[in-house]
Design a protein around this ligand. Sequence first.
Ligand SMILES: [Zn+2]
Length: 1054
Amino acid sequence: MDISPDPENPFLGAKEGSQLKRRRPQTKQQLPHRSRGAMSQSREALAMDGSGTSFGKKNGIVLSHCAAFLLASVFVLSLLATGLLVYHFAPCPGGDSPSLADAASRDGGYPAEGQDGDRRSPHAGSKDGKAGKRLDVRLPRSVLPHRYDLRLIPIGLDTSVVGSNFTFTGEVRIMVNVTEATRNVTLHVGDEMKVDEAHSTIDRTVAAVSGGKRRKRVSINRHELDPSRNFLVIHLEEDLKAGEQYELYLKFSGVLNDLLQGFYRSSYIENNETRWIATTQFQPTDARRAFPCFDEPALKARFKISIARPRGMSAISNMPRIPGESKPVPELPGWVWEHFEESVPMSTYLVAFVVCDFESRRNGSFAVWARRQAIDQANYSLKVGPAILKHFENYFGVDYPLPKVDMIALPDFAAGAMENWGLITYREIALLYQQGVSTNSNKQRVATVVSHELAHQWFGNLVTPSWWTDLWLNEGFASYVEYLGVEAVEPSWKITEQFVVDELQNVFSLDALESSHPISIEVGHPDEINEIFDRISYGKGASLIRMMDHFLTTEVFKKGLTNYLKSRAYQSATQNDLWEALTAQAHKDGVLEASVTVKEIMDTWTLQMGFPILKVKRDYEKGSAKLTQERFLLRKREKGKAISKTASHEDEETEEKYDNYLWWIPITFTSQDIMNFNTTRPSHWMKKERSIILESGLPAAYHWVIFNIQETGFYRVNYDPTNWKMLTAQLESDKFTEISPINRAQLLDDALNLARASLLDYGTALGVTRYLSQETEYLPWKAAFSALGYLDSMLIRTGGFEKFKSYMLSLMENIYKHTGFTDSIRDEQLTVYKRVSVLGWACSLGHNDCVQNSIQQFSAWQRSPNPDKNNSISPNLKNVIYCTAIRHGGQEEWDFAWARYLSTNVGTEKDLLLAALGCSRETWILSRYLEWSVTENSGIRKQDAARVFAAVSSNVIGQPLAFNFLREKWDKIKEYIGSSLFTINNIVRSSTKRMNTEFELADLKKFSMDHRRELGTATRAVDQAIEKTEANVEWMKTHYNTIIEWLSHNSLNS
Ligand SMILES: [Zn+2]
């Protein structure tokens, strides 16, 4: 799945480190997909500018760093909380799924809640009985599915059924294999599903003498529902026999919901008429909402699907339609059955079907589906899709196993996209691209998401993680190779270089928190599973896989991968299976010593949270260097007090805990006399050891050294002051380009974040930024804008902001002239991104030429005779121009943009306008905009509510309004948004993000106290906001004066 996480909330679920340990037996599933949708939406929308430095994203970055830093303060509290939670909820030894087998054999397959808890939790039966029990949500393994024959009728899509609601009815025949005798069959059914007990049957299928199959009925005693884990337990009158095959038949009905999960409805308007769509989103645990099933990823089966559809609409599923005449549905006049070929063995979460009146375009076995009025935007994805698929067939060394690929753009879709095998679903802006309207980054987004989902067809679909614990492998892998797929079809974009600033440096800020979590983590309950679809699984996962690609070398990496995929095809696997395949290849080709395994190396990265900082202390006389590793944390455990040797006994204990955080670090470096920025295979390893001495390979004392070439290792680097001085001198010389752009980006990102964590003085860190006055490349600027964004957000409301502003503008003087205000279609991707970034910052800092240009172009658009057809603003500059013009304009500009928002047919344009509308400085306009975001039929889709809050909050004038609105209209917002977890959370986060004064902190705490009882799912977000604000307050106390002082003495113009 592509979650397109929100850059404003890269740490979404950042307290998972503690939260994930707990079990929440009483919690019902909280609309996870929809929630993620809200989250993903803002990222995608913001990400649309690609550079990340137009207004929306610039602010996003500001927030992300701010938030990330502040979250560090979670530490003390989370320790406390963790302690308590662990006490009450700690998983018991051996308490994962396998024990279900015990339970199954003991009580015939169905682990009763009480017994299970009693048996496995020492806390069961404690006073807090409910909370104390650990709920095992895994299915028993006594009955395994082999084949599903599924028939579904979605009702309410057309007007032919008078008075119908949005529901569906269905029946399923599940061929199951019994592995051990049991007197019940336990499978999943969703919350709102009704299974018709009277019509359920189960038959033993026996080979008949005639050669066919004979059936023998087994009597059903009763159905039992266990809603807390979505179990339907079918109790039988006699045992099912081990080694036998049975057919279970169930008839059921459900609701075609509007929650963007399970089997759900979506709609759009064409010619003033509402058109309905029935579609699915199952990952991770919502197939059970569409049909009774064994809804776990390892329980693969073949699927034979039939869907009823009204004549005039289409039905699409994973497999091709069986040709021939469609048979009418007897009970529904005007409806026909559509039958699909039987699938290969696959997981339930990959099943998909859609009924809609879309049109399609074809390219060989590839088809793209969209609304009739949007189908012209499908050309680009239809072009790159097959090319990327071909690339992956070569890359993985395994052919794509299905006969076709359908890709469909849905008007309502929670995540960015979903890799259902053979039928990939997308939100419109992730699949559709309109030349001349959409931006370059929209285009890159389409290519990237298509590539991500196609990568999953192998990694995820063909070989599937045995359980969600290994989700990171699935998602990290797709998030890495998506770059390789795009690189193959759009080499000029240099997308693998973009990886470093967009993924690796981005996720550093989240993983630098005490409250981060290991990427490989035990999960059980659907809520927990949903929580790990986060930046850590995706961004860090991808960064670790990239690191492996480099330390193993690409050739070895690919060969190992092919072996893994071939040996595990149509099965499930764990990360250890991949490590084994890679180790075997690495030993064969001699890239790892025989005594070292990939598992040994990678376990230090996947089972421990966080990442190391490598300290390089050179001995200039001996020509050696001492390398030391320790965990990089943005904020130490105690406020303002670093953990040191002189600390108290308690701190020593904590320090000891930190001491256990050691990694296998691949060491690469180059120096001023060698200048080799290409060799990324490590020359040394730090083998999970605290420090090593490098005796050789270092340059003369007067030459600098740089570690972590191309930033392929997942770690930061700090140097002794002399080496930092030499590096800064090189950057400030006219030979600064001798250091590769990625490593220039690394120096900026590392220096500024080390300073933020008080590991480097701000003088040195800001000293590194001085050279930017001569920098003209995108990557270093992107890294700088991200890291300096935190300063921007902390200083923007202070008297010292003027100094920051003039320093930034002076740094940007050269690059501003260099990039200019004119976008050309001949410009390379990174040139375009650079321009968007630079103009975004310049205009927001009030650069006169930038502002005037924007206003002029926007006003020319306003005057054009048919503005919906004629917009002469270059697509890539729209973000900057719209936002600047609306910021400096009044009601007229805002109303004009709002009218364009309502009338455009292009998803990417709608999204862009939604962000720009938050740029107004008119408080009443912003307040009205917030009001509309939670008003039915205002023109803003419910799923976009959080997007509006983010847009308004990214504006320094808007943020307090957003917070006030949240405080005053709390009840209304909650009622409108419902239980959508992340929508509320995102609103809380964005509306509190720049808070850094004691006054605001008190305000926020009061809000928390006043609403404590009804905060519900937002409790964590509010607590985080408080903790972040505390950390911001502390940062201001520690660093504000130093920074202003430095800026006063270092203005480049003075
Ligand atoms: Zn994915």
